[in-house]
Each structure stands twice: as structure tokens, then as C-alpha cells.
Design a protein around this ligand. Structure first.
Ligand code: AMP
Length: 401
């Protein structure tokens, strides 16, 4: 089944075209990225498997035009991988926020769209863009069924004591204020792959997954179900990130807002876009830049880097206590997959890292714990697109039956 997986941002469209034979066997036919939608120098980068990559710069006024460019690239006689649009059997979309409406992927219909629209309040940067993507796809491929996969769905198994904030209950009832988590598709994928790699029975396991990238979160998964995760109502809660502050004392907000005469929107931007690595170091949101600055002796970059390690260990320690043990700790995403220094710091409660294997391990499935470690530690490159394609395939196959 040929499935187009779409991840729409406010000014971008990431895509992958996968030919799914079954859950495990698939071909990546092409992938690519449309960037700078709405700007005069919009750009399409298309990478067809087995052919030369192709890119073009042109004004891309909106997502509909962007989506049409993607489809045209897929059937292009020179760079394409399909003979016709009709070969695409389904489209799967990544959706950041599904709140407590969705505990799994689902076929798009009017009711689903209405609920995604309600969730725009909790993910104002992401959900409106996802809706634009679904709408654009309905416009260019009206006959093709669309499925949505939610970053929040995997976390829906949390108990109320884990997802409730100790605020007046009416805010939960009136405004759905609770913890939803994020990166769920990634945590789900790497926990399942990690269990396989480590020879664990997922249904009888304690796993902690560390998704460390530009956004970072740690999740505790018992018997295949999430019991806790570090992100909350929005992907701001939890650890230090590229530009997000993570946990801070909530009283800091009114304090700074009064001192600096800031509006709620301005304060939101500061916490989401100007904090984290960037805010603390004053240099960059990218860990590679901070690593380079720290090597040159920059004290603030060193603090920012140390804080990510510290926040990771703090969450892992808390989740070991919550689950009363752990069998496997998994690292994934840009930093988790590429930064051996951070992973090396995990050395407590019987966790022993194989220093040499860890040093070499980069973006490929690897057990990095020592053979005599009481807890297995693994590096698993994440693959959210594959989860979306699998879910889409299952939902569409059921429709056909
Ligand atoms: P992500 O959001 O998963 O793309 O991760 C982005 C973060 O991963 C940035 O802070 C990068 O510095 C870091 N990162 C990505 N690739 C590498 C690499 N090859 N080596 C070290 N850090 C990397």
C-alpha cells in the first residue's frame, strides 16, 4: 500500500512516500521538504530513492500550492517515483495535539476535524498548520482517504494523579487544562524497537525513553503503556530544550511580566522561543554550537549543556522510582542519537555504559550498556513516519474489509 506521510508546520511540509508491504517490510520511495511557505524564496527539496535529489526555489504562497508541488515532484518524469497520483492509496498526517479526544490514530472526518480545531488552543503553532495540510490534501487529492496520528495519543494511558495539575479542578473541566505530553509517536516507536533489540517482552517491561532533540522529553513506559512523561499541557514543560525553558517556578511569569511590562503572548514567546539553550547560553539553540563554545571555555554554554544532562538524569531517576525499577533506557532524536557524552553520564543504580561502544554509536540501533549492566541501555533512531504509515495502513485495510 503506497502511503504519503505528511508533517505540516506553519511554513513547511515534510513528506515521505512509503510503500508498505506489512508492519516490518516497506520501501521508502521518496522524501522531501517544502520550506518558507508564504515567502518569496519558497523551496522544495525532493529526494527520490535511487535517483538524484532535486530542489527548486520559487514563491509558494500557501499550503495548497506546496502540496501540489509535492505531488508534482512525486509524478515528475525525471525525479518522480510514481506514474500517477492514483497510485497514492492513503495519506497519513502527524498531528501534535489531540488532547484527550484521541487515544489512537483515526480516519479524518468532520467530527475529527472539529476536535483538532478545538485543540488549536493548546498547540497554536502546530495544529492550525496540520489543518491547513489536511485541507490542502483534500483539495489536491479529494478521493484519497486521510488518517491522523497524534503526538499525544500514546500518553493517554497516564493515570489522573500523573496528568492532573494541582490547580482548581474547574480549569480542567472548563478548559481541559491537564498534562497531555508530546513526542508520543517517537516514544512509542523507540520503546517497541528497543524492547525487541534488548530481547524484552514489551507487555512485561519497564522502559524509559529519552527523546532528546530540539524539543526533549523523557517517558516512563510500563508493560507497553505510558505511566508518566515530562512534557505537560504543552511541549513547554519538562527539561531544558533548544529554545524552551522547561520547568520553572510559575510565579516567575507574573514577576517578569510586571517588571518588563510584557503581554501574555510576549511572555509565551520568551518561554518557547527565546529560552532554553539559546536563552541560557546567549549563543545558539543548537547543541553542536554549544559543544563548540563550551570547548572554547564559554561558561554559560557549559551550564546549558550540563543542565540537559542533569534534567535527563533527574527524570530517569524519578521514573525508576515511579515504576519501581527499569529494564531498559532508550536514547533517541538528534542529541540522543548523536551525543555520546550525554549518554555516558548515565551511571547509577547498576546502569553501566560500554564506553567504547557508546563513543562509536551514532544513529543506528545499538545496545550501549556493558554486558554486566543491571539495566540495558539502547540507542534507537526514531521513525515517527513509519508509525504513521503503519497506522494509516491498518485503518485503510479495515475500511477495505
Ligand atoms: P532534532 O530536533 O531531533 O532534529 O535534534 C536537534 C538537536 O540535535 C540539535 O541540538 C543538534 O545540535 C543535535 N544534533 C543533530 N545532529 C547531530 C550530530 N550529528 N551531532 C551532534 N548533535 C547533533
Amino acid at each position: 500500500m503506497i502511503i504519503l506521510v505528511i508533517n505540516c508546520g506553519s511554513s513547511s511540509i515534510k513528506y515521505q512516500l512509503l510503500d508498505m508491504k506489512n508492519d516490518e517490510v516497506y520501501d521508502l520511495m521518496a522524501k522531501g521538504l517544502v520550506e518558507k511557505i508564504g515567502l518569496p524564496d519558497g523551496c522544495l527539496t525532493h529526494k527520490p530513492t535511487g535517483k538524484d535529489p532535486f530542489s527548486m526555489t520559487l514563491p509558494i504562497p500557501d499550503h495548497k500550492v506546496g502540496m501540489k508541488l509535492v505531488l508534482d515532484a512525486l509524478v515528475d518524469p525525471e525525479h518522480g517515483v510514481l506514474s500517477s497520483f492514483d497510485d497514492i492509496e492513503a495519506v497519513g498526517h502527524r498531528i501534535v495535539q489531540g488532547a484527550d479526544f484521541f487515544s489512537g490514530s483515526t480516519l479524518v472526518d468532520e467530527d475529527v476535524l472539529a476536535k483538532i480545531r478545538i485543540c488549536c488552543d493548546f498547540a497554536p503553532l502546530h495544529n492550525p498548520a496540520h489543518l491547513l495540510g489536511i485541507e490542502a490534501m483534500s483539495h489536491v487529492l479529494p478521493e484519497v482517504p486521510q488518517v491522523v496520528t497524534f503526538d499525544t495519543a500514546f500518553h493517554q494511558t497516564m493515570e489522573p494523579y500523573a496528568y492532573m495539575y494541582a490547580l482548581p479542578y474547574e480549569y480542567y473541566e472548563k478548559y481541559r487544562v491537564r498534562r497531555y505530553g508530546a513526542h508520543g509517536t517517537s516514544h512509542q516507536y523507540v520503546s517497541q524497537r528497543g524492547a525487541k533489540l534488548a530481547g524484552l517482552d514489551l507487555g512485561n517491561s519497564k522502559i524509559i525513553t529519552c527523546h532528546l532533540g530540539n524539543g526533549s522529553s523523557v517517558t516512563a513506559i510500563k508493560d507497553g503503556k505510558v505511566v508518566d512523561t515530562s512534557m505537560g499541557f504543552t511541549p513547554l514543560e519538562g527539561m531544558i530544550m533548544g529554545t524552551r525553558c522547561g520547568n520553572i517556578d510559575a510565579n516567575i511569569l507574573p514577576y517578569i511580566m510586571k517588571k518588563e511590562n510584557l503581554t501574555p503572548d510576549e511572555m509565551t514567546t520568551i518561554m518557547n522561543k527565546k529560552s532554553g539553550f539559546l536563552g541560557l547560553s546567549g549563543r545558539s539553540s543548537d547543541m553542536r554550537d554549544l559543544d563548540a563554545a563550551a570547548r572554547e571555555g564559554d561558561v554559560r554554554s557549559k551550564i546549558a549543556l550540563k543542565k540537559l544532562t542533569y534534567d535527563t538524569i533527574k527524570n530517569v531517576g524519578a521514573y525508576i522510582a515511579e515504576m519501581n525499577g527499569v529494564d531498559l533506557i532508550v536514547f533517541t532524536a538528534g542529541i540522543g542519537e548523536n551525543n555520546p557524552r550525554l549518554r555516558r553520564h548515565l551511571a547509577f543504580m547498576g546502569v553501566k555504559i560500554d564506553v567504547e561502544v557508546n563513543e562509536r554509536a551514532r544513529s543506528s540501533e545499538t545496545i550501549i550498556s556493558a554486558p554486566d549492566s543491571a539495566v540495558k541501555v539502547a540507542l534507537i533512531p526514531t521513525n515517527e513516519e513509519l508509525v504513521i504509515a503503519r497506522d494509516t495502513m491498518h485503518i485503510i485495510s479495515e475500511l477495505d474489509n
